[in-house]
Write a protein that binds this ligand. Structure first.
Ligand code: FCB
Length: 443
């Protein structure tokens, strides 16, 4: 049976600059924290980096064509801050802005609505050299950057997001140190967290001042958390993970306060009137979602948390993430209940599997198709239950650079041969094209 989605539902794909663009040192782009972090021995699996990635910088025309074949009506991508502002602040790199101009023209020709995310984890290294997200001034630098982008591209783009998964950028970048810039600590994570919330607020104000009629929000990352056991230590770890991972950004930005598990510890970072800046009216509620999380106590971790893999008998992806569409449905309902009746967009969802190209050149990724079918069905159920989900963006269009895991994890609907850079649609590509084409999912 085909479950149809409401008219006007958005079918999209998401990508991120550092994961696909390549051309790391071309046309005046400055380095970001990921260019530096990927050089740190042992930081990235197989020593991979994003220097070339999918070479989207030169092949974006072909990639937009692929999205056209997917019947998409929306495309979400991020801007590389250091491509347009090589030093993070000050001198503008015209060639960098021109690239996004060309991309937007193609996206418009293909009949897709662009969604721009301003920050997908790639802070200009020049700003990290001034302490990056640990320096309160970063909020102002960020706002200037946001204003520049809206001034230049706002005539063709309505939807802007201030950040992608700010929780990951702080918790992994300045907490456990597994992501750029690779800083480990508890205070550093909390400082970065507050400064990123401030940047969101100042960025929202700057964009609204620059242009009216924009639709603005932030892209959160929400995953239900369970304790691994009933032991008090594990329950505490789960509560802390829930606060850091799920609540530390939407709560202050929408509800005007930090979650209880963090509130006291955050006070040294908060200045008078900060919440007036942070808590801005959002036009939509967007979040990325992949799985359910399990936590146990770990005294060696800055926040006392270790993630626990799912029980062996549960289906899981190559990332070791449980396939749990029930958790997704619960998350969609909770988002509506907790944060009010904003239009909801799922801005990332998808799965990595060890794809193989067969002798006929085909990639029969049945597992990915079943994952997508189950998660799209959950969205359909959520809409039937009154949750205002307005769009879905698959992660991802292309196989790409998966952060600390390098090129080992393939999330794309399109397979990329990293030697030749040839793109090859997988079976899931045709499945998703059919969903988008019929505005519904067969289940
Ligand atoms: C999300 C990131 C995205 C990608 C997927 C698999 O956390 O936003 O860049 O790495 O996970």
């Amino acid at each position: 049976m085909t479950r149809r989605f409401p008219d006007g539902f958005l079918w999209g794909a998401s990508t991120a600059a550092y994961q696909i663009e390549g051309a790391a040192a071309e046309d005046g782009r400055g380095p970001s924290i990921w260019d530096k972090f990927t050089r740190r021995p042992g930081a990235i699996l197989n020593g991979d980096n994003g220097d070339r990635a999918c070479d989207h910088y030169h092949r974006f025309g072909e990639d937009v064509e692929l999205m056209k074949r997917l019947n998409l009506n929306a495309y979400r991508f991020s801007i590389s801050w250091s491509r347009v502002l090589p030093y993070g602040a000050g001198g503008v790199n015209k060639a960098g802005l021109d690239f996004y101009d060309r991309l937007l023209d193609r996206v418009a020709e293909a009949g897709m609505e662009p969604w721009i995310c301003l920050y997908h984890w790639d802070l200009p290294q020049a700003l990290e050299d001034k302490d990056g997200w640990l320096n309160r001034d970063v909020a102002g630098w960020y706002a200037d950057y946001a204003q520049l982008i809206v001034r230049r591209l706002g005539d063709r783009v309505r939807h802007f997001a201030t950040f992608n998964e700010p929780n990951v950028a702080t918790f992994k970048g300045y907490g456990d140190g597994e992501h750029a810039p690779g800083i480990r600590g508890r205070k550093t994570a909390l400082q970065a967290l507050h400064n990123m919330n401030l940047a969101h607020g100042l960025g929202m104000q700057a964009m609204r001042a620059e242009r009216s009629g924009l639709l603005l929000g932030n892209i959160y990352n929400l995953h239900p958390v369970e304790p691994a056991t009933d032991r008090p230590g594990d329950r505490e770890a789960a509560e802390m993970l829930d606060a850091m991972w799920n609540r530390a950004f939407p709560d202050p930005q929408i509800l005007g306060r930090y979650p209880e598990a963090l509130a006291e510890e955050m006070t040294p970072y908060i200045r008078e009137d900060d919440f007036k800046i942070i808590t801005q009216k959002l036009d939509y509620f967007a979040f990325n979602h992949y799985t359910r999380l399990r936590a146990k106590h770990d005294s060696n971790h800055p926040f006392g948390i270790a993630e626990v893999p799912p029980p062996q008998n549960r289906p899981q992806t190559a990332m070791g993430w449980e396939v749990a569409p029930d958790a997704f449905l619960a998350q969609l309902k909770e988002a509506k209940e907790r944060y009010g009746n904003l239009p909801i967009y799922v801005t990332e969802n998808g799965a990595a599997y060890p794809d193989t190209v067969d002798a006929q050149g085909r990639i029969k990724d049945r597992d990915r198709i079943e994952y997508l079918r189950a998660y799209l069905t959950a969205i359909h159920d959520a809409i039937a239950a009154g949750v205002p989900v307005k769009g879905y963006f698959v992660w991802s269009l292309l196989d790409n650079f998966e952060w600390a895991l390098g090129y080992s994890m393939r999330f794309g609907l399109v397979h990329v041969d990293y030697d030749t850079l040839e793109r090859r649609p997988k079976d899931s590509f045709h499945f998703y094209a059919e969903c988008a084409g019929q505005n519904g999912v067969d289940s």
